[in-house]
Design a protein around this ligand. Structure first.
Ligand SMILES: [Zn+2]
Length: 84
């Protein structure tokens, strides 16, 4: 099995590069949902699951954090204004 994986994939630094035997094309499966972008061939035994931090959508957590910082800053400004 590991022989098969080393035949279709090699590591370039941290990146997994797969080689499509059908159209002789190198590609990084993590950016193409694990399939060849030309013919849709799926290399066997390559795990393309993204790390947790890359899988979740950070938009609403970022909005929440921004709102929290805004409220904290508003309170700080009001407290400083009242005490001055
Ligand atoms: Zn292909």
């Amino acid at each position: 099995m590991s022989d098969l994986i080393s035949k279709v994939a090699r590591h370039k630094g941290d990146e997994i590069i797969a080689h499509c035997p059908i159209d002789d094309w190198d590609f990084a499966p993590r950016y193409t949902d694990g399939v060849c972008p030309i013919c849709g061939w799926r290399p066997e035994g390559i795990d393309v699951t993204l790390p947790f931090a890359a899988r979740i959508d950070w938009f609403w957590p970022a909005v929440g954090f921004l709102a929290l910082v805004s409220v904290a800053m508003a309170i700080a400004v009001i407290v400083t204004y009242i005490k001055a």
